[in-house]
Design a protein around this ligand. Structure first.
Ligand code: B12
Length: 349
C-alpha cells in the first residue's frame, strides 16, 4: 500500500501492463471510429502507429505510477505532443487519447486505483498544451566549440573526424569525464532533440549514435587504469532499456577511478543481473534507466536483489534520465540512492 492511498502500487502497475495491448487496440478502434478521416489520411499503418502510441502511453503511465511521480507522466505527455506535433499531428489528438485511456481503464480498475490514474492522466493532459520547443536546455549559446564540432561530425557520418576532435581535446588537457559529459552526452542529447523535431531521420540518428559509441570505445584504452582498489562494482541497464551509452560511460569512468567493474550493458533479463551480483559479489551496483516506462523493471530488479541477497545486498546507485523525472522513486522503491550526474558519482561513490 502507498502511504497516501489505499491501493497497491505494484498491483496497479502490473494490472496496467497486463491489459496494455488489448486496451491499446480497443482505444485505437474507438479513435478510428470517431475519426474516419484518419483512415484516409494514414491507412492501415495509421492503426499500427496509433496502437503502438497507446501502448507507450500505458507503459509510461505505469512507469510514472511506479515512481509515484505525476510529473514524470507530464513530461512524457509534453514530449509526445511535441514529437507528434513535429510530424503534423495535433496535440489535441494526444489529449483525446489520454481521455480515452482514462475511460477505458474505468471499467478495469478499482475506484481507488482509477482515482490515482486519473490524477496522473490529468497532469499529462495539461502538459500536452505546454510543449515548449524541446531545445530549452540545448540552446546554441551554451554549446562548446568541441561539442558543436563533434555533433557536426557524428551527424555528417564522419567517424574518423569525430574521434580526432575528441583526441585533440584530450591532448589539449580535457579530462575524460569532461569529454563524456560536456561533449558526447551533450551532443547526443542535442541530436535526440533534432530527431524529436523531425529534423533528422531515424537513419541519421542511428548513424550518429553508432559513431558516438565507436568514440567511447576508442578512448577507453587511453585511460590510465589504476590498480583496482576502490572495491567491486556492477554497472547494468534494466530489462527493456536499449539506451546503453550512458551506463557504458559510467562503467568506463568508474574503472578509470579505481573500481573493479563488470559492465553488463543493457536490456538483459533480471535473472542474469541477479546471477552476476550473486557470483561477483560487488560492493556497489549501479543501475541505469533512461525511459520512465522502464521504472517498473528497475523496481522489480531492486526488489529481487534485496529478496535474494538480504543483508548481502550491495549499495545500490540509480542513475539516468528516468530518475531525474521521478524524485520519489527511491522513497517508494528503495532503499537505494539516486545520483544523476557522472561527475557527482565520481566525487561521491
Ligand atoms: C541514442 C538514443 C537511442 C538509441 C540507443 C542506442 C544505445 N546503444 O544506447 C536507440 C536508437 C536504441 C534509441 C531507442 C529509443 N529511443 Co532513444 N534516444 C537516444 C538519444 C538520442 C541519446 C541517448 C544517449 O546515449 N545519450 C547520451 C548518454 C551519455 O546520456 P545519458 O544516457 O543521459 O547518460 C548520462 C547521465 O544520464 C548519467 N547516467 C546515465 N546512467 C547512469 C547511471 C548511474 C548509476 C549514474 C551515476 C549516472 C548515469 O551519466 C551519463 C553521462 O553523462 C536520446 C536523447 C537524450 N536526450 O538522451 C534519445 C531518447 C532518450 N530516446 C527516446 C525515445 C522515445 C526512444 C524510443 C522509444 C524511440 C522509438 N520510438 O523506438 C526507443 C526506445 C528504446 C528502449 N526501449 O529503450 C526519447 C525519450 C523521450 C522520453 N520522453 O522518454 C529521447 C529523449 C529522444 C527524444 N528527445 O525524443 N534511442
Amino acid at each position: 500500500m502507498t502511504r497516501e492511498s489505499n491501493y497497491n502500487r505494484f498491483e496497479l502497475v502490473q494490472k496496467l501492463l497486463r491489459v496494455k495491448q488489448s486496451a491499446a487496440e480497443a482505444m485505437t478502434e474507438e479513435f478510428f471510429r470517431i475519426h474516419p478521416e484518419w483512415v484516409a489520411r494514414f491507412g492501415a499503418r495509421g492503426r499500427q502507429f496509433c496502437t503502438a502510441d497507446a501502448c507507450y502511453h500505458i507503459e509510461f503511465l505505469a512507469g510514472a505510477l511506479q515512481a509515484g511521480s505525476p510529473e514524470a507522466f507530464g513530461d512524457y505527455a509534453r514530449w509526445t505532443a511535441r514529437m507528434l506535433g513535429a510530424r503534423g499531428i495535433d496535440a489535441h489528438s494526444v489529449e483525446e487519447n489520454l481521455d480515452q485511456l482514462g475511460k477505458h481503464m474505468a471499467g478495469l480498475l478499482l475506484p481507488s486505483e482509477q482515482e490515482e490514474v486519473m490524477k496522473f492522466l490529468s497532469v499529462g493532459r495539461q502538459e500536452c498544451g505546454a510543449q515548449g520547443s524541446g531545445l530549452e536546455e540545448t540552446g546554441e549559446e551554451g554549446l562548446s566549440l568541441t561539442m558543436r564540432a563533434f555533433l557536426g561530425a557524428v551527424l555528417g557520418g564522419q567517424r574518423q573526424a569525430a574521434l580526432t576532435i575528441v583526441e585533440e581535446a584530450l591532448r589539449n588537457g580535457a579530462r575524460h569525464v569532461d569529454i563524456y559529459v560536456d561533449v558526447i552526452t551533450e551532443a547526443l542529447h542535442r541530436m535526440g532533440s533534432l530527431w524529436e523535431q523531425n529534423k533528422i531521420s531515424v537513419a541519421e540518428e542511428h548513424m550518429a549514435t553508432a559513431i558516438a559509441q565507436y568514440v567511447v570505445a576508442m578512448i577507453y584504452p587511453r585511460m590510465i587504469p589504476p590498480t583496482p582498489m576502490r572495491g567491486k562494482m556492477v554497472v547494468t541497464g534494466v530489462c527493456g532499456e536499449l539506451h546503453q551509452i550512458g551506463s557504458n560511460m559510467v562503467a568506463d569512468a568508474m574503472e578509470a577511478a579505481g573500481w573493479d567493474v563488470r559492465f553488463l550493458g543493457s536490456n538483459l533479463p533480471e535473472r542474469s543481473v541477479l546471477e552476476t551480483v550473486e557470483e561477483f559479489s560487488p560492493d556497489t551496483l549501479c543501475i541505469s534507466t533512461t525511459l520512465v516506462s522502464n521504472l517498473p523493471a528497475a523496481a522489480e530488479l531492486i526488489r529481487s536483489i534485496r529478496g535474494r541477497l538480504g543483508e548481502r545486498t550491495p549499495r545500490i546507485i540509480l542513475g539516468g534520465a528516468a530518475y531525474g523525472l521521478s524524485p520519489r522513486f527511491v522513497e517508494e522503491n528503495g532503499p537505494a540512492e539516486t545520483i544523476l550526474d557522472l561527475r557527482q558519482a565520481l566525487a561521491t561513490i
